[in-house]
Design a protein around this ligand. Sequence first.
Ligand SMILES: [Zn+2]
Length: 75
Amino acid sequence: MVFGVIIGTGTGGGIAIKQQVITGVNAIAGEWGHNPMPWKDDTEGPVQCYCGKQDCIETFLSGPGMLKRFIARGG
Ligand SMILES: [Zn+2]
């Protein structure tokens, strides 16, 4: 089994088992970027994602997300 993790302008992934890509019911198996960020610091309030949800992992773990959180803030 392989779980591919992609972090770039977004956050995503995919699953392959026995050299076959697993697509899942909605053809998004392995996509984890739009699940809620676990253990988020609630003191900063909700973070809006372009998908319409709040606190998606992608808003933190992506190039733009890391730029906004760590570089633009000065560390
Ligand atoms: Zn999202």
